[in-house]
Design a protein around this ligand. Structure first.
Ligand code: 5AD
Ligand code: SF4
Length: 449
């Protein structure tokens, strides 16, 4: 029996999808990338903004036809929107077979038991060997839920209070992922650096994961500025495996807005923190999340967000239009018309893109270690995405492919920068790939030596 997974939302959701996938595979189901081929479709939903929820619901709507096409097909809806709107979902889409809310993901296996029990007589039974997750970069969830109550955010209500996985469980999962071929581990949690379990805190966990055999890179998302303490900064600066890339949501550059959002830090504190981190790690890449058009945000307050982007020159950032979430404190406030929010969104995006491009251009001409994830794609330690050029030509020549399989770390000379990516050429010792092509036309296979 084959299954298809569609995931909306954040990396936490991607990690949940992976976890549910592993359960399905352990019960003999096989993943397919083609909906028409599938007997089970799992839609893992997001509710952080209305837009994310609407997209998932329209997809679920379309599944009615899909389901009717072949008897025995099943529709499973999971995740944050499922948690928030369970009754509504069951009412509006009565053909759904199973709803598993975000708080219940850890019980997925039990809840999906009926779907997972394969009957030998099932016509659709497929004897293919279950695929293993062979992703070079894997997610490991270290905690669930959130103890904060940012006034715009629905997450605490759909994912509940913080619960932490034990160190043993986390390290066990890291080893599983490494065994399956992963070399980069991203630790996940809603406020990932507030991790605490028994005597362990986040900095100790980072060091322990980095010390695992086979783990070459450790990242984490998303931290909260409040818990970004010196021990975490020291671990990042000292341990080579811990990547010097930081995604630290700031949300706004205005103290009035930060207060209205209940973020628990000021602009000045955020700036000081980044300055301290840059002193410890001059090459650190910095990215962020920003919300524009929060209720009551004046033009001047909005401009403070723009000036913060200029001041800190982020390497990239996600700019979100404020979206009212029912039941959150901010939903009590009057929101701005869509047009105003849209206009601020555009202005903010333009600035962020310009600054991000400037930052990337500085890297042109440098050589970066790139962990290859797919044929001609990989990421630097600071988390820049890199497209490696010339791979097709190289493949035709049948040369040096051994060096650029997924999971390999290669040296890439950066030749160009775009808004969201870098472009570069493979370097082998001192020989760039360009040079190598010339060598090769001269009939040299000597590179094997
Ligand atoms: N409206 C817009 N953006 C939001 N985010 C969270 N809640 C909302 C909302 N109601 C953004 C924040 C957060 C990211 C995951 O989503 O920027 O960091
Ligand atoms: Fe992730 Fe929040 Fe969306 Fe849930 S609601 S998928 S936690 S972003």
């Amino acid at each position: 029996m084959k299954y298809f997974v569609r995931t909306y939302g954040c990396q936490m959701n991607v990690a949940d999808s992976n976890e549910m996938s592993r359960h399905l595979r352990a019960h003999g189901l096989v993943e397919t990338l083609d909906q028409d081929d599938a007997s089970v479709i799992l839609v893992n939903t997001c509710t952080v903004r209305q837009h994310a929820e609407d997209r998932a619901f329209s997809e679920i709507g379309r599944l009615k036809k899909w389901k009717a096409k072949r008897p025995g097909r099943k529709v499973v809806v999971t995740g944050c929107a499922a948690e928030r709107t369970k009754e509504y979902l069951e009412d509006r889409f009565p053909f759904i077979d199973l709803v598993v809310g975000a708080k219940s993901i850890e019980n997925f296996e039990q809840m999906a038991q009926r779907l997972l029990d394969r009957r030998e007589t099932d016509e659709e039974l497929d004897y293919a060997v279950p695929a293993i997750d062979d992703k070079v970069a894997a997610f490991v969830t270290i905690m669930r839920g959130c103890n904060y109550s940012c006034t715009y955010c629905i997450v605490p209500s759909v994912r509940g209070r913080e619960i932490y996985h034990s160190m043993d469980q986390i390290l066990g999962e890291v080893r599983d992922r490494v065994r399956e071929g992963s070399r980069e581990i991203t630790l996940l949690g809603q406020t990932v650096n507030s991790y605490r379990h028994e005597q362990y805190r986040f900095a100790g966990l980072l060091r322990a994961v980095a010390a695992e055999d086979g783990v070459d890179r450790v990242r984490f998302i998303s931290p909260h500025p409040y818990y970004m303490n010196d021990r975490v900064i020291e671990a990042m600066a000292e341990v080579p495996e811990i990547c010097e890339g930081l995604h630290l949501p700031v949300q706004s550059g205005s103290n009035t807005m930060l207060k209205a959002m209940a973020r628990n830090y000021t602009r000045e504190q955020y700036v000081m923190l980044i300055e301290k981190m840059r002193r410890a790690m001059p090459e650190m890449a910095l990215s962020t999340d920003i919300i524009v058009g929060f209720p009551g945000e004046t033009e001047e307050e909005f401009q403070q967000t723009l000036s913060l982007i200029e001041e800190l020159h982020f390497d990239w950032g996600f700019i979100f239009k404020y979206s009212t979430r029912e039941g959150t404190p901010a939903a009590q406030l009057e929101s701005y018309p869509e047009q105003l929010i849209e206009e601020r969104h555009q202005r903010c995006l333009e600035l962020m893109d310009r600054i991000a491009l400037d930052r990337r251009l500085r890297l042109v001409g440098t050589t970066q270690d790139v962990l290859v994830e797919a044929d001609n794609f990989g990421r630097t330690c600071a988390n820049y995405k890199v497209h490696i050029n010339g791979r097709e030509a190289q493949a035709r020549q049948g040369a040096a492919l051994r060096n650029i399989a997924p999971g390999e770390e290669v040296s890439v000379r950066i030749t160009n920068a775009h808004r969201a990516t870098l472009e570069g050429e493979l370097q082998d010792g001192n020989v760039t790939f360009e040079n190598f092509r010339q060598e090769d036309t001269a009939g040299a296979h000597s590179r094997e030596r």
